[in-house]
Ligand binder design. Structure first.
Ligand SMILES: C[S@@+](CC[C@H](N)C(=O)[O-])C[C@H]1O[C@@H](n2cnc3c(N)ncnc32)[C@H](O)[C@@H]1O
Length: 279
């Protein structure tokens, strides 16, 4: 089969996120963002472009501002409409990146109505956690630096020990992640699912997106091939295994059940979503 241009690019550069740690790339994409910020004040509060690219912009390296804002707004609309959480829910966002879901919830208001509970963000990336700590009001929004290893997202050596989110059991009504499981190898995935089970209160809800080997993304064959087996996962690159990771639905469902979660169901999409509740 002939190699498509995007597939060739992916083999050379398995992860766009990784590029954003390069100082020259950083300067170039942030300089290109300057005129947009200058002429559109509504985009000035956004994180710098290299961080927006790091959390994912579907190859839109220069014109990603609207998408950065719209995806979380859409997520919260469905989260409220489906009773996953409400304005009084304690929320944990694992792999929160530069806080676009947190910002969307913080800025949501109608008259006196706004989010009035506690939001915790967790991420392995030091620069993104520092940005969040500087741009959100503590103590309503608290951010934790996860330990661990990720060739794609962590520039330090990282710890081998399973990371425990520093919060007591049964803290949260809603624990979610977007495009986190797509970058977790088996040991980290299994550990986070145990953490999700531990941290959810009875009745609490978990919602997490992932690449499913049973429902391959539309980018399969071009951008994604998941051609390497890696334990229970299949990955795109052995050089950077965390760049894109996919699992079978059954494996994800079993992990959630083992962590004490039930009512496990799935939603379709480019990334599939697993939903579960703690009884
Ligand atoms: C594709 S980005 C998505 C970020 C955010 N959820 C969003 O949609 O804007 C994946 C995020 O997962 C974080 N991440 C990767 N491995 C992690 C780990 N082991 N623990 C915590 N965060 C991790 C990365 O640093 C990155 O911020």
């Amino acid at each position: 089969m002939a190699l498509k241009p995007e597939r060739i690019l992916r083999r050379l550069v398995p992860s766009g996120a990784r590029l954003t740690y390069n100082p020259v790339f950083k300067i170039a994409v942030n300089a290109a963002d300057w005129p947009v910020r200058r002429f559109f004040p509504e985009f000035r509060a956004l994180p710098p472009n290299h961080l927006r690219i790091r959390v994912g912009v579907r190859n839109a390296v220069f014109r990603n501002q609207l998408n950065h804002l719209i995806s979380p707004a859409r997520f919260w609309m469905f989260a409220f409409a489906n009773d996953w959480c409400d304005l009084d829910s304690t929320i944990i966002d694992i792999g929160c990146g530069c806080g676009r879901y947190a910002a969307s919830l913080r800025d949501l208001s109608m008259g006196d109505l706004s989010y009035r509970a506690h939001y915790y963000g967790v991420d392995i990336d030091t620069e993104m956690i520092a940005w969040c700590k500087d741009h959100f009001d503590a103590p309503r929004f608290t951010f934790f630096q996860a330990t661990g290893r990720s060739v794609t997202y962590h520039q330090g050596s990282g710890s081998e020990k399973p990371y425990e989110i520093p919060l007591p059991d049964a803290t949260a009504d809603f624990v979610f992640s977007t495009s986190l499981f797509t970058h977790l190898l088996e040991h980290d995935l299994a550990n986070y699912v145990v953490e999700i089970g531990r941290l959810l209160r009875p009745g609490g809800c978990a919602v997490h997106s992932f690449f499913s080997l049973d429902h391959l993304p539309t980018s399969y064959g071009g951008r994604h091939t998941f051609r390497f087996a890696y334990g229970e996962a299949r990955v795109e690159s052995l050089r950077q295994p965390e760049a894109a990771v996919a699992y079978r639905d059954d494996y994800i469902a079993t992990l959630f059940a083992q962590a004490g979660l039930d009512e496990v169901t799935f939603l379709g999409g480019e990334q599939r979503t697993v939903l579960a509740r703690r009884s």
